[in-house]
Design a protein around this ligand. Structure first.
Ligand SMILES: Nc1ncnc2c1ncn2[C@@H]1O[C@H](COP(=O)(O)OP(=O)(O)O)[C@@H](O)[C@H]1O
Ligand SMILES: O=C(CO)[C@@H](O)[C@@H](O)COP(=O)(O)O
Length: 586
């Protein structure tokens, strides 16, 4: 592409593919100003109960998506931001994308998703398995047991356990439950890589997705064939065949926009496209974190903790660590909580009494806002409740999707706003556990930044996080931080010769701001929260480490009942994290 053709300022587009929707943001390369953004809800949403359109029931813990929805985001949101910003498409010099992960799908030799072929339209295993598809826990347990028995060195890079959310358990589940889909799949790819392929025609694997979610290491590559064979002889060549593909490092273009993709997106062909980045990782440059000791809390449906460090140490229950994983020259650690916004969303959609909805409606506020206002009037400890935030299992530090939610202290006097506050607090306690795991291992946490949808939605939540962790929390100025981070990668993919930047640190310096207002811990609340945290820890250890298997047994009974045909009533409304619109309304 000849960038001299168009005079004037240069722009980049960042596209963030979240759990329920995708959004594009158009950013000025010179100063990071966001000129326009646009959200496209996924038409199929998250399929948790049945395959939309054909009524095929899914088992417990399934979560699927349709790849056509991602293309819809490109078709709608990209032209929308160019139009709204009033810029010429010729001034767009780079594109970056970030995606939830591990969100994976089987494709054929041509890169076409298997579910688009007639014979697989009704086959759940041919669909995209979303990051929160937890039905591969049995496979994850097997992988962990086999890896520990064989003394696989990679385990320590992943906090000692692999999560059911990742590529290998999901691939193994396909092999065991739908061997014909496994055989028909030329490869399994991350959705982040597939959408870059759709735009550029280049099927490359982003180093972040491969490194954090598919057990790849820049020096050691994937685990050995012997390891995969020990899992299942049919799985021996999994990495060599189904995961094959060039690894695309950060900081360079993965490819250039094809004519066909450009026509759909209303852009010029030839624009450099950066390799896809994990959404929470894109938030790190997006808030301007580039130094050791800086931790970014990417707070949305889930919460991802990203910590930069100059040391590599073994930390309990992290999701992964990689040198150069996000910022060149530094180790980037990832940990996480699998339900945060989704937990609050579940409560609002599934458990608040009808009167709350009525009153909130009368007052002209959402149920979340009403509960937040009421809960703000309570002092720490006043509700007498304690919750374990494991509604979607525990990602860090216990790495166990068989764990589930819990509230104790309920009485006939318990009020909805009290329960809501206990849920907010539980997620903050969960984050304190993660911070302590890093510090116990000797990895310093100096500064906290928060970004994602939640800081702008719920002030009480942010204050509770500051009070419970005892730390100041700086809030990203951008409400679209992962998309901004992705746009910055687009600027780096373009490079300075095209009006972008050569290094991500340089892009961060020029394109990022944090808000002046921060959340500071309230000293009067700190002492009570320390006491409450002790209670949280006692419950956490009792159910998470203490050999109490009640939660796992209940899930087993649930699976057995589902297998015997007693699945959920199709007339019941969808659960939290389902289709975007229902979720946003309340
Ligand atoms: N006022 C609110 N307080 C707390 N959580 C909220 C509020 N409004 C929406 N949520 C939750 O926020 C989540 C969406 O967060 P967001 O960052 O926008 O999405 P994503 O994680 O998909 O990028 C949903 O799980 C929703 O239940
Ligand atoms: O697991 C990761 C990142 O590693 C996320 O993609 C996943 O938690 C989903 O993030 P969101 O909460 O949808 O932003």
């Amino acid at each position: 592409m000849n960038m001299d053709k168009e005079a004037g300022p240069r722009y980049v587009i960042g596209i963030d593919f979240g759990t329920a929707s995708g959004r594009a943001v158009l950013v000025d390369v010179r100063d990071g100003r966001e000129l326009a953004w646009h959200v496209t809800p996924y038409p199929h949403g998250v399929m948790e109960d049945e395959l939309i359109g054909c009524g095929i029931r899914l088992g417990p813990e399934w979560a699927l998506q349709h790849p056509g929805d991602y293309v819809e985001v490109l078709r709608q949101s990209v032209p929308a931001v160019v139009r709204e910003a009033g810029v010429s498409s010729g001034q767009v010099i780079g594109i970056g994308v970030d995606f939830t992960s591990c969100t994976m799908l089987p494709v054929d030799e041509a890169g076409t998703p298997l579910l688009l072929k007639e014979e697989y339209r009704r086959e759940p295993h041919a669909f995209v398995k979303l990051w929160k598809h937890h039905a591969a826990q049995g496979e994850a347990d097997l992988i962990n047991a086999v890896a520990a028995e064989r003394g696989e060195a990679f385990l320590s890079r992943y906090g000692g356990k692999i999560s059911s959310e990742w590529m290998v358990p999901k691939g193994l589940q396909v092999l065991r439950e739908a061997p014909e889909v496994y055989a028909a799949a030329d490869r399994f790819v991350e959705a982040a890589d597939w959408i870059v392929f759709w735009m550029t025609g280049e099927m490359k694997r982003s180093s972040g997705c491969a490194g954090y979610k598919a057990l790849w290491h820049s020096k050691e590559g994937y685990p050995s064939a012997a390891f995969y064979r020990a899992l299942d002889p049919r799985f021996e060549r999994f990495a060599e065949t189904k995961l094959r593909g060039e690894i695309a490092p950060l900081g360079r273009a993965a490819g250039r926009l094809t004519g066909e993709a450009a026509a759909v997106m209303g852009l010029h062909p030839g624009i450099p496209v950066a390799p896809g980045m994990i959404d929470a990782h894109a938030a790190v440059p997006g808030v301007g974190a580039t130094k050791p000791g800086q931790m970014v809390l990417s707070m949305g449906t889930s919460l991802c903790h990203l910590l930069l460090s100059d040391k590599e140490l073994a930390v309990e229950g992290i999701c992964g660590v990689a040198r150069d994983g996000i910022i060149p020259g530094l180790y980037a650690y990832e940990a996480g909580q699998a339900a945060v916004g989704d937990l609050f969303g579940w409560y609002v959609q599934q458990a608040v009494p009808a009167y709350v909805e009525r009153v909130a409606d009368n007052e002209g506020v959402t149920v979340h806002k009403w509960l937040e206002r009421r809960a703000s009037r309570l002092r720490p400890g006043e509700h007498g409740l304690m919750a374990l935030d494991w509604w979607n299992g525990n990602r860090s530090v216990l790495v166990n999707a068989n764990l589930s939610g819990l509230i104790i202290g309920l009485t006939l006097q318990s009020k909805p706003e009290e329960i809501y506050r206990a849920l907010l607090e539980a997620t903050a306690f969960g984050t304190r556990k993660v911070i302590e795991a890093f510090e116990t291992a000797g990895v310093e946490v100096r500064e906290l930044f928060a970004c994602g949808g939640l800081p702008g939605k719920n002030r009480l939540l942010m204050q509770i996080f500051a009070d419970v962790t005892g730390r100041e929390i700086k809030i990203a100025a951008s409400t679209q931080t992962p998309a901004l981070g992705a746009a910055m990668l687009g600027a780096v993919a373009a490079g300075s010769h095209c009006g972008g930047y050569d290094r991500i640190e340089e892009a961060a310096e020029r394109m990022v701001r944090v808000q002046e207002e921060t959340y500071r811990p309230n000293p009067a609340y700190r002492a009570v929260y320390d006491l409450l945290y002790r209670e949280y820890t006692e419950l956490h250890d009792l159910f998470g480490r203490g050999g109490r298997e009640a939660m796992a047994r209940l899930k087993r009974l649930q699976r057995e009942a589902a297998a015997a045909g007693g699945q959920r009533d199709p007339e019941m409304p969808e659960q939290g994290g389902g289709r975007a619109k229902g979720n946003e309304r309340r």
